[in-house]
Design a protein around this ligand. Structure first.
Ligand SMILES: Nc1nc2c(c(=O)[nH]1)N(C=O)[C@@H](CNc1ccc(C(=O)N[C@@H](CCC(=O)O)C(=O)O)cc1)CN2
Ligand SMILES: Nc1nc2c(ncn2[C@@H]2O[C@H](COP(=O)(O)OP(=O)(O)OP(=O)(O)O)[C@@H](O)[C@H]2O)c(=O)[nH]1
Ligand SMILES: [Mg+2]
Length: 459
């Protein structure tokens, strides 16, 4: 499979400054040379690695000029895939990109599968599997923190941690094997080995404890605004977005349908959903809106219950709060700009054990504090991570680590109970294999197919 040369458009479809067609494989340079005619200087085949050349892209069959392009040559192994790579940078229009790609395919390249460039980088040993997956997390990142964590993973942060744990287990396995093979010369594994296993167990637990935060960073959270009509839910959505996304009016029942927007709140990517205000509906249409609103609240990771401070907490507010009792919730007292004093007691009673905050969608007052409260609530009880410490961004890694932890715990239990060493060894091999799936030493083809099919074309 790695003998052929692949090509794809590497940039998004649509208009842009530049569009990039990338080739990778043993014939990348020859194939590109059939398409690329330099304006001056030697041919592409004689171009040094990491040099950029200006020229024209031609259709190799018709000789037609397709676009004016830059060609970048990166010779193996100094490239993203560790193979010969050529990038043709054309003008960023969908047709120019499509025509240059067509020319390259006519010249002998094969259209790449989604993720195939990164897959080759992995197969050629330039990236391990966790690093390759990090590329996808970088592309999909929707918050600064999520991006930072993904870049850390690409740089090998997680891989290094996993390798450290694996090394502890390998060390213990080696001691067990030695004592089995040479019982006379080598004694049974003892304190030191058990200590190593305990260390591995603690490191696994710590890493697993980062998943909740990592999951939020990679997948985002769903936050729904609910409350009586006219309390300012849509105004809050607009205030967070800093644009007039939803219609706002002083007529109760303005919002009829749910409105979803992606934004960052409290440093997390989140989907914020504005909903129709809840009340005994005047008409059937509004009733439908309220049903949707209830469904959105049920699907949310966190509900913001908005109340109108100029009205105060009403019986209806209390009923809404009660219907949401099993949800993570923050009470948001809105319109603080329009009251002289906040009745903290009634907000506190409404919130129960949940937090509350007074804000103004109109002036922006309190919105930052609300962001902090969202962050605190989402992260409450989660392990604190040291700066630069890796965290889990993928469920696949979490599942593999859980399996590794289970095996290590079985091994430790068996050890205490005095089961035969070869059985302890089996458990440890299981842990070792589970860890290897994360970085890819022990990952099967189906796993690779699943991972790389998630990628976009050209990556
Ligand atoms: N134009 C362009 N921009 C891009 C990429 C690319 O392929 N092309 N990348 C990817 O899609 C990312 C950059 N990642 C890259 C990683 C490694 C190498 C590379 O050539 N590595 C070699 C040698 C490095 C050197 O000599 O300094 C190596 O690691 O051996 C290139 C790009 C993001 N920006
Ligand atoms: N003074 C003040 N008025 C606000 C504030 N937020 C919203 N309002 C006003 O309150 C009224 C209702 O705002 P909306 O955002 O439409 O309320 P809603 O909760 O979305 O209402 P429905 O869609 O009907 O459920 C509008 O007249 C807003 O201008 C605020 O922070 N301060
Ligand atoms: Mg509204």
């Amino acid at each position: 499979m790695l003998e052929d040369t692949i090509a794809a458009i590497a940039t998004p479809l649509g208009e842009g400054g530049i569009g990039i067609i990338r080739l990778s494989g043993p014939e990348a340079i020859q194939i590109a040379a059939r398409v690329f005619r330099p304006k001056r200087g030697p041919s592409l085949e004689e171009t040094c690695t990491h040099r950029v050349r200006l020229g024209l892209a031609l259709d190799p069959k018709t000789g037609e000029v397709v676009d004016e392009v830059l060609a970048l040559v990166m010779r193996a192994p100094r490239s993203y895939t560790a193979e010969d790579v050529v990038e043709l940078h054309c003008h960023g229009g969908p047709l120019a990109c499509a025509r240059v790609l067509e020319a390259v395919l006519k010249a002998g390249a094969r259209l790449a599968e989604p993720g195939e460039f990164t897959r080759r980088a992995y197969l050629n040993g330039r990236l391990d599997l966790a690093q390759a997956e990090a590329v996808l997390n970088i592309i999909r990142a929707r918050s600064r923190a999520g991006l930072a964590a993904a870049v850390n993973q690409l740089e090998g942060g997680l891989s290094k941690k996993v390798k450290e744990i694996k090394d502890e287990i390998t060390g213990v396995l080696a001691s067990i094997e030695a004592s089995l093979d040479f019982p006379e010369e080598v004694g049974d594994p003892g304190r030191e080995e058990k200590e190593r296993l305990n260390k591995a167990r603690e490191a696994l637990k710590r890493l697993l404890s980062t998943w909740e935060e990592g999951k939020i960073l990679s997948q985002g959270i769903k936050i729904t605004l609910v409350g009586r009509p006219n309390v300012g839910k849509s105004s809050l959505l607009n205030a967070f977005l800093k644009e007039e996304r939803a219609i706002v009016s002083d007529i109760p029942g303005t919002t009829r349908d749910t409105i979803k927007e992606i934004l960052q709140l409290g440093g997390f990517p989140c989907e914020l959903v504005d909903t129709a205000g809840w009340r005994q509906a005047a008409d059937g249409l509004e009733e439908l809106g309220i049903a949707r609103s209830r469904a959105a609240a049920a699907a949310a990771d966190l509900v913001l219950l908005v109340v109108d401070l100029t009205v105060g907490v009403t019986q209806e507010d209390t009923e809404i709060a009660e219907s949401l009792r099993d949800k993570p919730l923050i009470v948001v007292g809105n319109k603080v700009d329009a009251v002289l004093e906040v009745d903290a007691g009634s907000l506190e009673r409404l919130a129960g054990s949940c937090p509350w905050v007074a804000v103004s969608a109109k002036t922006g007052e309190g919105l930052e504090e609300l962001g902090r409260k969202i962050r605190d609530l989402i992260l409450s009880g989660r392990a604190l991570r040291g700066p630069g410490e890796p965290l889990l961004l993928r469920e696949r890694h979490k599942v593999a680590l859980e399996r590794a932890l289970e095996h290590v715990e079985d091994a430790l239990r068996g050890w205490s109970e005095g089961i035969p060493w070869d059985l302890v060894s089996v458990d440890l091999q299981g842990a070792w294999e589970a860890l290897g799936e994360i970085t890819g030493e022990t990952a099967r083809e189906e796993i690779l197919d699943r991972i790389f099919s998630e990628f976009c074309l050209g990556k």
